[in-house]
Design a protein around this ligand. Structure first.
Ligand SMILES: Cc1cc2nc3c(=O)[nH]c(=O)nc-3n(C[C@H](O)[C@H](O)[C@H](O)COP(=O)(O)OP(=O)(O)OC[C@H]3O[C@@H](n4cnc5c(N)ncnc54)[C@H](O)[C@@H]3O)c2cc1C
Length: 433
């Protein structure tokens, strides 16, 4: 089955969709329109850019095939964490330490962007401060602490180190050997946040069209986006369609792969139990290659993410297998039922670094992709730097655009099997660490 059909199934039982209110529906495009910037994709990247562009006086249209927040933005783990999906080493290797420091600083700005937007647009999305990085083995603990040392010495970014003996004050689980805590990162309800950004964008004059799939792009001095019921001609275009952007820009497709990741939400637990299990209230994520990520929601449900599918097929018995992972981490939740199970696809790049740039055959068309499962905060910054570039100052955008990306090997047919094989190796490394 094609991953898009799998993806539609995965949206059906999301806790976020059950607990967010879609106050506004945005009408589909009918007829032809003109604007300064046309954006493909009503996720966090597209909406963030729309807000930044509207702030700079541009006329903006967002074209969304389904509905705002349909993709990863409305379904993710809700963890807004410093840094990128890849280690800073990758950025240092490619751009040097000074540029890598600028990139890291932008990832911290991305966290501030969330806080600022929640305050400015009064977005109530259950934000809570705090992120706890945890390690499941002695080897992983060494990696975690070495990473923290590097962030402190090379980036002046201190993380609090927590020894195994002190862990119960932070997380009550038998699984972990060490942790690091970051008070500047945090977590939120991603669909409430995404819908809040759409409301903010519309309030700034951005026209949003839901139910409007872009089927083709004609490059040129004024690129044209084609849809079933009309066209949009713009001075500049942003492609922010993530893994769903298929058949619009062939050059971009081999640079990312859709990888499935899954989440369950439990029934609400006694607030006192939630407080005992994660006393610091942080979002938690381990540093395995195939990682587990979890947190308590504002209504005291355990929102537990993990597993991956590199073949795009949904794992068998998804809800039960995820429940078992949750109970492995927190035996105290053994009697707590799971009420929701859902998932989505992340846009991983080969090196896990974000992939921002302009289309080779049409520099008026910008793109943002390759967030590699770490885009909740970074999309906000991405929208800001692409707006800066469109407004004439590409300094920060081009820092990202200089990162080199290789296409996934194997061509269209063999790409997926090659990836599955590669990932089996990393899973083995996790198991042996
Ligand atoms: C299950 C899951 C858990 C995750 N957990 C975390 C986490 O805890 N922390 C974190 O930092 N990141 C996480 N991520 C990643 C994060 O959600 C993404 O990086 C981020 O949301 C990407 O935003 P986006 O706007 O680029 O893409 P999306 O939100 O996917 O939006 C793209 C939109 O473009 C639309 N579109 C595509 N093509 C077209 C077209 N041709 N015409 C019109 N519209 C089109 C799609 O319908 C879609 O709505 C997770 C992702 C998933 C799937």
């Amino acid at each position: 089955m094609h991953f898009l059909s799998v993806d539609r199934e995965l949206t059906r039982h999301s806790y976020y969709a059950d607990t967010a209110v879609r106050a506004a529906r945005h009408p589909a495009l009918q007829g032809d329109a003109d604007c300064d910037v046309a954006i493909v994709g009503g996720g966090l990247a597209g909406l963030s850019a729309a807000i930044e562009l509207a702030d700079r006086g541009f006329s903006v249209r967002v074209l969304e095939a389904r509905e705002v927040g349909f993709g990863a933005s409305g379904r993710n783990g809700g963890q807004a964490i410093h840094g990128l999906a890849c280690d800073q080493d990758e950025i240092e290797r490619q751009l040097g330490l000074d540029e890598a420091r600028r990139v890291f600083a932008m990832s911290i700005e991305a966290l501030e962007v969330i806080r600022q937007r929640c305050a400015r647009f009064q977005i109530d999305c259950d934000w809570r401060d705090g992120y706890l990085g945890v390690a499941t083995s002695a080897g992983k603990a060494r990696d975690l602490l070495a990473g923290a040392d590097h962030l402190e010495t090379a980036y002046s970014y201190p993380l609090r180190r927590i020894a195994q003996s002190d862990l119960p004050q932070w997380i009550d689980s038998p699984r972990y050997r060490a942790a690091v805590h970051d008070p500047r990162s945090g977590h939120l309800h991603p669909l409430k946040y995404t819908l809040g950004l759409a409301r903010a964008a519309a309030g700034l004059g951005v026209t949003i069209h839901e139910g409007t799939a872009v089927t083709a792009l004609t490059p040129g001095d004024r690129p044209v986006l084609h849809t079933a019921n009309g066209r949009v001609t713009a001075r500049q275009v942003l492609l922010a369609g993530n893994v769903y952007l298929q058949g619009i820009a062939a050059a971009l497709e081999p640079r990312i792969m859709p990888v499935g990741t899954y989440i369950v939400a439990s029934a609400p637990v006694d607030p006192a139990l939630a407080q005992t299990l994660i006393p610091c209230g942080a979002a938690v994520c381990d540093n395995n290659f195939v990682l587990d990520y979890f947190r308590f929601s504002a209504d005291h449900r355990m929102v537990y993410g993990g597993r991956v599918s590199y073949s795009t097929a949904t794992p068998m018995n998804l809800a039960e297998s995820m429940r078992q992972r949750m109970v492995g981490t927190f035996p105290a939740l053994a009697g707590t039922p799971v009420t929701h199970a859902w998932g989505g696809f992340v846009d991983i790049s080969m090196n896990r670094a974000p992939d921002f740039g302009r289309l080779p055959n049409c520099p008026q068309v910008y793109y943002l992709q390759g967030f590699s499962g770490h885009g909740l905060a970074l999309t906000g910054l991405a929208g800001r730097v692409v707006a800066e570039a469109m407004a004439g100052d590409a300094t920060r955008f081009d820092t990202f655009a200089r990162l080199r990306h290789r296409p996934f090997p194997g061509g269209r047919l063999l790409r997926m099997p090659a990836l599955v094989l590669g990932m089996a190796w990393y899973r083995l490394k996790d198991a042996l660490a």
